[in-house]
Design a binder for this molecule. Structure first.
Ligand code: GRF
Length: 189
């Protein structure tokens, strides 16, 4: 059995999708051992509703070291599912190739500091991009710079707004996140 730790900051719809796809075995041999949030958020409630252990570590300079102290040693994968804090380099390096993130754009475009949520979608509209999408990638010390694991795009039309893009991105995220997680856990390289 693979043990997952999921980090959240928001509504946690991607967390919900991971919970559901573990249940229906689209993600096989996996168990969420812990959900950690860096602020009060609905993601925590979703975890509690499924009897998953939760911890709230307030965001700030001690977040990564506090997380190190409580994260189970047998963790196979740390999944950032709408998580907004930046993890410290020491933490990222000690879990090399075991931390993944989902980003609401086609990395390497629209990544880096400050590029999250509506900031990404506003920038995509501003630049009159013809397509956008979502990317699952490894977390490395450089923000949003780790190798992409899975990416899927969709067409941006003239009528799209940041809100419609967010909706389309979420749909794609629900599709690719379970596939990427299952592949990492269960498909030999
Ligand atoms: C997602 O769009 C993800 O790409 C970004 O934050 C959003 C989280 O949404 N990192 P949710 O909390 O899973 O609903």
């Amino acid at each position: 059995m693979n043990n997952l730790v999921i980090l959240v900051s928001g509504s946690g719809t991607n967390l919900q999708r991971i919970i559901d796809t573990i249940d229906n075995e689209e993600i096989q041999n996996a168990k969420i051992s812990l959900v950690v949030a860096d602020r009060e958020c609905y993601g925590l409630e979703r975890a509690k509703n499924h009897n998953i252990e939760t911890v709230l570590i307030p965001r700030g300079k001690n977040f990564s070291s506090d997380l190190s102290k409580i994260i189970p040693e047998n963790t196979d994968l740390i999944v950032l599912a709408g998580f907004l804090s930046i993890l410290k380099p020491e933490f990222v390096e000690s879990w090399e190739n075991k931390i993944i993130n989902i980003h609401p754009a086609l990395l390497p475009k629209y990544g880096g500091k400050g590029m999250w949520g509506h900031h990404v979608h506003n920038a995509v509209i501003e630049a009159k991009e013809k397509e956008s999408g979502a990317t699952v990638h490894f977390v490395t010390v450089g923000i949003d710079e780790g190798e992409a694991i899975l990416q899927k795009s969709f067409e941006v039309t003239e009528n799209d707004t940041p809100e419609t893009l967010a909706e389309k991105v979420h749909k794609i995220e629900y599709e690719i996140f379970p596939i990427a997680i299952n592949k990492l856990l269960n498909v030999p390289i």
